[in-house]
Design a protein around this ligand. Sequence first.
Ligand code: UDP
Length: 349
Amino acid sequence: MNEDIQEIIKRLKKENISFENKTILVTGGAGFLGSWICDVLVEQGAYCICLDNLSSGRPENIRHLMEKDNFRFINHDISYPIYFGFSFHPLGICIADIKKIDIVMHMASRASPFEFKQEPISILRSNTLGTLNTLGIAKFHNAIFFYTSTSEVYGNPPKEAIPTPESYFGHVNPVGPRSCYDESKRAGEAFIKAYELQHKMRAKIVRIFNTSGPRIRHGPEFGRVVPNFIHQALHDEDITVFGDGSQTRSFIYVVDEIEGILKMVHKDEAIGEVINLGNNKEYSILELARVIKDITNSNSKIVFKPLPIDDPLYRCANIEKAKNILNWEPTTSLEEGLKKTIAWFKDNE
Ligand code: UDP
C-alpha cells in the first residue's frame, strides 16, 4: 500500500500539487476512499482532520495515522452539526482549537447496494443533512468545498447515454431500492448549487464510478461486485453473477481515482464544475467474473442469480472533461488493479 501512496504523491508532484500546510477536513476519512485521501494529505504535510462516526469506516484504515502530529481524528456523525473555531454553539458540538479550515471534503456515505436495504436512513442523512452541515463549515471558514458524488446520480441510463457525460440529467427511480443513495446524492449536489448561487461558495463536485483496491469493504454483508467475486474466487466458492451478467460497469483502481480527486481538489479550474472520475473502458459483469477467476486460478463455478431491482444495465464514464480540466485519465489496467487488490485480500481477509 505504501508504494501506492508514494505513486500518487509522485504523480501529483509532477504537476507541483501539494497540500502542505493546508488544513483539510475529510468527512468519511476512515472509509475506503477517505482513508487513502488522509494518507496522502498527512504524507504531504497537510493538517488532516478526519471526521468519521465509524459506522462504515474502519479504525484499522487510520490506526497508523493516529500518532502523527498533523492528523486528528474526530468521532462524529456529520448529519449532526459540528462547529470548528467556536467554543460554544447552541446547535451542536464545538471544536474550539481548530480556527481555520482551508478545504472541506465531504466524503461520508455508505455506498454499497447491499446497505441500501439495511441503512437507507443514515445514507439519506449523510448526503443531505451532512452536506448541509459541511457546507455551513465551508461557508464559515471561507473554504473550498469538495463533494464526492457518484455515477449513481445517472440512475439507469439508456445505451445512447453511454459513456455518460456530466451533462446527462439521469434516469432515476425516486422510490426504488436504490433511491436512498441516488436521490440523496442528487439532493447533495442541489444543496451545493444552492450555496454556489446564494453564498458564492467555491465548490467542486466529483462523480465517482466503481472504484476498488486495498481497503475496499468486503464480506457478505457489503456485497459489492469486485470484493465479492475476489472472496468467492479465493475460496473456490460459486461466483454469483446477478442476471445474465451482460450489465456493464467501468472499474477504476483506487490509485488512479485518488490522483484524480486530489488534482480536482487542487485546481482552481475545477471550481464550479461537476466532473466524472472513472474508467472509460466498459466491461460486462460476466467478463469481470472470468477475469477474476483466471487471475486467482480458481476452481469456482460461475453461477447466475436474479438481477436486483433497478440494477443499472450500463455504466461507463465519459471522461473528456476530466482530461481537459484536470489533465487526468486512468492508467492502471483492469488486470493490474485486480492483481493488486487480490494480493491485499490475501494478506488482509
Ligand atoms: N453483482 C453481481 N454479483 C455480486 C454482486 C454484484 O453480479 O455478487 C452485480 C450487480 O448486480 C451490478 C454489478 O455487479 O450489476 C455491480 O454491483 P456493485 O454492487 O458493485 O455496485 P453498483 O455498480 O451496482 O452500484
